[in-house]
Design a protein around this ligand. Structure first.
Ligand SMILES: [Fe+2]
Ligand SMILES: [Fe+2]
Length: 357
């Protein structure tokens, strides 16, 4: 299998207009520039990317639409939570408050530059907005509960388990930024796929999940209802992000099969196994004695179970064969079963305010 011809490096990631009319057949996920005009959405080739964009737009929400009143009352009540419960809630807020920013930065600084197909870029712009909404969500929860903002937002450098997860993700953004990666080479393309797996599969598909299970477990007991409603919105968004990302990865591999070597597949399996260990260490740190009927053994089983599901979607062999100790999570993710999910939703957006001259 021959490698893709090199593009003009001056044009790599550029937006130069081409002379030819665009044919959908000529479009690719990466390395379009100079061959296909990257400024034209239509004709659409990758209908799945367009549909992910439409689905995402149908799910618009803002954190400030969700009342935090009951959460505030519960958090102020000295008897409403044990110290271990307060610890696990704060740890998860600390992790998410920065992790969402890391994902947004990676989209804008790495992925958007290198994925130059217009329909994928349309989704990436939408995803970047959603990551900003997620960052806003954690700022809003922390502010509403009058938590120590310095403690929460510095946790990613001051707590070892969170630091190691974030370092795993951030090193992949650095890897792209530092090297001026050339996607026309096998090495460059594998480096980019490593970045996409680190964010779409590991960060959004594994690292978020013990936090989701733990915070939603409070909601199942009717505690922290505003926080849990927002976590449900985020979980729905993240599920779409991950599915878009895996489709993106698999399509890049199909279009460039020379990059999908047995050694590279082994490497990625090793990276996912490393991520599972980091997530289990994080769960141990969050739940040293267990809360709400959750313990670290159950979370390990769950993290291994979801890692196998991610490996399957990447068309790689599963590694753990663990079962799902939280079948209710599947129902939360499959929102068609979540009957009253939007019942409390405010639909009046303040767009009119922007029209005053
Ligand atoms: Fe997010
Ligand atoms: Fe995301």
């Amino acid at each position: 299998m021959s490698e893709t011809p090199k593009t003009d490096p001056e044009c790599n990631g550029g937006i130069r207009m081409t002379r030819e009319r665009v044919s959908a057949d000529n479009k690719r996920i990466i390395l379009n520039n100079r061959t296909v005009d990257v400024n034209q959405l239509v004709p659409i080739k990758y209908k799945w990317a367009w549909h992910f964009y439409l689905d995402a737009c149908a799910n618009t929400w803002m954190p400030t639409e969700v009342s935090m009143q009951r959460d505030i009352e519960q958090w102020k009540s000295p008897k409403a939570f044990t110290e271990d419960e307060r610890h696990v809630i704060k740890r998860n807020l600390g992790f998410f408050s920065t992790a969402e920013t890391l994902v947004g930065n990676n989209i804008v600084l790495s992925i958007y530059k290198l994925v130059d197909n217009p329909e994928c870029r349309q989704y990436l712009l939408r995803q970047a907005f959603e990551e900003a909404v997620h960052v806003h969500t954690f700022q809003y929860i922390v502010e509403s509960l009058s938590l120590d903002e310095t403690e929460i937002f510095n946790m990613y450098r001051e707590n070892q388990a969170i630091y190691e997860k974030d370092e795993f993700s951030m090193s992949c953004t650095d890897g792209i930024l530092d090297t001026n990666v050339d996607l026309a080479t096998r090495e460059g393309l594998q480096k980019f796929l490593d970045n996409l797996v680190a964010f779409y599969v590991v960060t959004e598909g594994i690292f978020f999940y013990s936090g989701f299970v733990t915070l939603l477990s409070f909601g199942r007991q009717n505690r922290m209802p505003g926080t849990c409603e927002q976590i449900q919105y985020i979980l729905r968004d993240e599920s779409i992000h991950m599915n878009f990302g895996i489709q993106l990865i698999n399509t890049i591999i199909d279009e460039n099969p020379y990059c999908w070597t047995p050694e590279f597949q082994e490497y990625l399996i090793g990276r996912i196994k490393k991520a599972v260990e980091l997530e289990c260490a994080y769960a141990q740190e969050c739940l040293p004695r267990g809360v709400l009927g959750l313990n670290t053994a159950m979370l390990r089983e769950y993290v291994q179970y979801i890692a196998d599901r991610r490996l399957e979607k990447l068309r790689l062999p599963i590694a753990y064969k663990s079962s799902n100790p939280f079948p209710w999570m599947s129902e939360v993710i499959d929102l068609k079963k979540e009957k009253n999910f939007f019942e409390t939703r405010v639909t009046e957006y303040q767009t009119g305010g922007a029209l005053e001259w």
